[in-house]
Design a protein around this ligand. Structure first.
Ligand SMILES: Nc1ncnc2c1ncn2[C@@H]1O[C@H](COP(=O)(O)OP(=O)(O)O)[C@@H](O)[C@H]1O
Ligand SMILES: [Mg+2]
Length: 235
């Protein structure tokens, strides 16, 4: 069967082979596979299935048919609400399980349009790229969703409208503490640029590449923008 390279990944070389996807396993793969197996046992359709390991040591996942938004595109409120509901369903399936340990839930930790498969109406079907999944708090993933799907930063043209969408996400998820949510968006942005900076300084190839593309400065600008527009976003 032929291998077809899939666009959009930044860390991994990901190929499609028929109805499957092959990826180099991450150091966290064992945990991520347990999470995917747990979601499969519950019949949750919002993640690929883990199907095993191939002869080259790559993980085999089911290919989720649809469109991955690896280039930025605006989201309708309806699509954002659907992302929040999909996230809530996933979190609720992990709450109180051994996988969540002593934390509230299992977090995906990298939710973004690039890691979401959409249907032809641009409604979310599944989250992919579970490499960073780990026990965590609900607000962590909700804040990451707000940052990434709303593209919080200087590119936002109507902060009041974006604030309404942010509150629609929080409502659809069922999160009421908007102040904690904004604190956590800022925490992610801060931690993300510092992480890239530290890895780039240590010579990690993908971080060097990101820094050369101006991503560190871009995220610093997003942090400043979010801090400066906080009251409009909280409403
Ligand atoms: N299970 C899947 N179903 C469909 N497409 C996938 C799947 N897994 C990955 N892809 C495609 O491969 C790209 C890169 O995969 P991803 O798992 O996000 O890798 P990376 O760690 O490099 O970001 C995605 O943007 C998507 O286009
Ligand atoms: Mg990805």
């Amino acid at each position: 069967m032929t291998e077809e390279a899939l666009p959009g990944g930044f860390v991994n070389v990901v190929v499609r082979v028929g109805a499957t996807v092959r990826r180099t396993p991450s150091p966290n793969a064992e945990f991520a596979h347990r999470v995917l197996a747990h979601l499969e046992r519950h019949g949750w359709p919002g993640a690929p299935r883990f199907l095993g390991t191939d002869d080259s040591g790559r993980e085999i996942l089911s290919y989720v048919d649809g469109h991955v938004a690896w280039q930025p595109h605006p989201h309708s409120t309806r699509s954002l609400v659907a992302v929040a509901r999909l996230l809530r369903a996933f979190h609720d399936l992990t709450a109180g399980t051994e996988l969540a340990g002593d934390r509230e839930v299992v977090c995906h930790n990298d939710l973004s349009p690039k890691n979401t498969v959409y249907d032809s109406d641009l409604m979310p079907v599944a989250f992919i790229d579970w490499d960073l999944a780990a026990p965590g708090e609900r607000v962590h993933d909700v804040a990451h969703v707000c940052w990434q799907y709303l593209a919080l930063g200087p590119g936002v043209t109507d902060p009041a409208a974006t604030g309404r969408d942010l509150r629609a996400i929080a409502d659809a998820y069922g999160l009421s503490d908007l102040s904690a949510l904004l604190d956590t968006v800022l925490w992610w942005q801060d931690r993300c640029w510092r992480g890239i900076e530290a890895e780039a300084s240590a010579g990690v190839a993908h971080a060097v590449r990101l820094r050369a593309l101006g991503v560190v400065r871009e995220i610093q600008d997003q942090y400043r923008w979010t801090a400066g527009n906080r009251s409009l976003l909280e409403g």
